[in-house]
Design a binder for this molecule. Structure first.
Ligand code: NAD
Length: 353
C-alpha cells in the first residue's frame, strides 16, 4: 500500500495534478495497487485559508506519506507579501523540512517532438539523460553571505557528507541506466570543486562497474548542446546544476513537458518544473504532461516500479505520436487540445496497453 500526499497549489496546479491523479488511479486499478491519495493545501491556496503558505498539518502529512505530488505555487495575488511569507519561501521551506537534497531532472526527447527543439533533430534524436543536482548545499546556502556598499560576497562550501550522499545516489542511478556518470565541477579553479571531485572518486571505488568521467562546467555546457546523446547521468553541485538542468530541459521540450523529483534520505517530492502559469490558469489549456511524467518518476523512484513508469512514458509517447498537442507544444498547423483532452488520450492509451 502506498500513500501519496497531493498538493495541487495555485494557478494551473490543480488542473495538472488532477490529470496526474487520473493516471495514477488508472494504473492502480490495472495493476491491483492499493494507493491512497490525500489532498493538502500549500502556497497561496493555504495562505487564503490559514494565513500561512505552509501549515504544520501539511508538513506533517508530507512527513508521513510515501511520496508528495506537487502542482505549482504562487501568482500575482500573493506577489507583494513580505519575502518570508512568499510562496517561494514556502517551497524552499518544504524542501528543507523534508531534507530533499537531490534534484533529478530527466532530459528525454520524445520522438514526436524532435522537431520542436532549438537543436537540429539529428543532434537531439535519442537523447535521454538525467541531471542530478545537489539541492541543499553549496553557494546558495553557504555562510558568510551578504553585501555592503563596496562588496558583495557568498561562500561556496560543501561538507564531506553532503558530497558523499549525492555521489552515492548518482552512482546508484547510473547502475540502473547505462552505467556512465559524468561529475561536473570547476576543479581547475575552485578548491571546493577539487574537494567534490576527490569525494566522488572515493565513492566510485564502491561502484567499479560505472564509468566515471570528470568534466569542467564550462565544457559541460558546450557538450550538452553540441552532443547531448553522450550523457547518461550527470551529477553536479547546486549552482552548476541550477543552470545545466535548465539547459538540458529546454533542449528537449517546453516547460509543460518537464518533470522533476526531489529526493532525500526518507522523503521524496515530485513536481513539474513549471510554475503556476497564471496567464492560462482555470482555462483548461495547461499541458499536463510534466506532472504526469512526474508521477512516472514517483512510480520509479518511490515505489520501485520502473515497469509502471515506462507504461506512462509509452502512453505519453503514443499520445504525442497521434498528434495531440496542447498550445505550448503546437505548431501552427496542429489542432490544439485542452488539458482534459490530452489527459483523456493518455488514459485511453494506458487502458489500451
Ligand atoms: P510559469 O512556469 O508559471 O510560466 C511561464 C510561461 O510558461 C507562461 O506563459 C505559462 O503559460 C507557460 N506554461 C508554464 N507551464 C505550462 C504548462 N504546463 N502548459 C502550458 N504552458 C505552460 O513561470 P512564471 O510565469 O515565471 O511564474 C508564474 C508564477 O509561478 C509565479 O508566481 C512564480 O513565482 C511561480 N513559480 C512557481 C514554481 C513552483 O511552484 N515550483 C516554479 C516557477 C514559478
Amino acid at each position: 500500500m502506498f500513500k501519496i500526499v497531493s498538493i495541487p497549489g495555485d494557478g494551473i496546479g490543480p488542473e495538472v495534478v488532477a490529470s496526474a491523479i487520473r493516471v495514477i488511479n488508472t494504473l492502480a486499478r490495472q495493476h491491483g495497487l492499493e494507493i491512497t491519495i490525500e489532498e493538502h493545501l500549500f502556497g497561496g491556496a493555504s495562505f487564503d485559508v490559514h494565513g500561512e503558505m505552509l501549515t504544520q498539518e501539511t508538513l506533517e502529512a508530507c512527513r508521513k506519506c510515501d511520496a508528495v505530488l506537487l502542482g505549482a505555487v504562487g501568482g500575482p495575488k500573493w506577489e507583494n507579501l513580505p519575502h518570508e511569507k512568499k510562496p517561494e519561501a514556502a517551497l524552499l521551506g518544504i524542501r528543507k523540512e523534508l531534507g530533499l537534497f537531490a534534484n533529478f531532472r530527466p532530459a528525454k526527447v520524445y520522438d514526436a517532438l524532435v522537431n520542436a527543439s532549438s537543436l537540429k533533430p539529428e543532434i537531439l534524436a535519442g537523447t535521454d539523460f538525467m541531471v542530478i543536482r545537489e539541492l541543499t548545499g553549496g553557494i546558495y546556502f553557504g555562510e558568510p553571505r551578504g553585501y555592503d556598499d563596496t562588496r558583495g560576497w557568498n561562500t561556496m562550501v560543501y561538507e564531506h557528507y553532503e558530497v558523499e550522499r549525492i555521489a552515492r545516489l548518482a552512482f546508484d542511478a547510473a547502475m540502473k541506466r547505462k552505467k556512465q556518470l559524468v561529475s561536473i565541477d570547476k576543479a581547475n579553479v575552485l578548491e571546493s570543486s577539487q574537494f567534490w571531485r576527490n569525494i566522488v572518486h572515493e565513492v566510485h571505488k564502491d561502484f567499479p562497474e560505472v564509468e566515471l568521467i570528470d568534466m569542467y562546467v564550462d565544457n559541460a555546457a558546450m557538450q550538452i548542446v553540441r552532443d547531448p546523446k553522450q550523457f547518461d547521468v550527470i551529477v553536479t553541485k547546486n549552482l552548476f546544476g541550477d543552470i545545466l538542468s535548465d539547459i538540458s530541459g529546454m533542449i528537449t521540450g517546453s516547460l509543460g513537458m518537464l518533470p522533476s523529483a526531489s529526493i532525500g534520505s526518507s522523503h521524496a517530492l515530485y513536481e513539474p518544473i513549471h510554475g503556476s502559469a497564471p496567464d492560462i490558469a482555470g482555462q483548461n489549456k495547461a499541458n499536463p504532461i510534466a506532472t504526469i511524467a512526474s508521477a512516472a518518476m514517483m512510480f520509479e523512484h518511490s515505489f520501485c516500479m520502473k515497469n509502471v513508469a515506462d507504461e506512462i512514458y509509452s502512453a505519453i509517447e503514443k499520445t504525442l505520436a497521434s498528434g495531440f498537442r496542447t498550445a505550448d507544444i503546437a505548431n501552427p498547423e496542429d489542432t490544439i487540445v485542452s488539458t482534459t483532452e490530452m489527459t483523456d488520450a493518455i488514459v485511453a492509451n494506458l487502458e489500451a496497453s
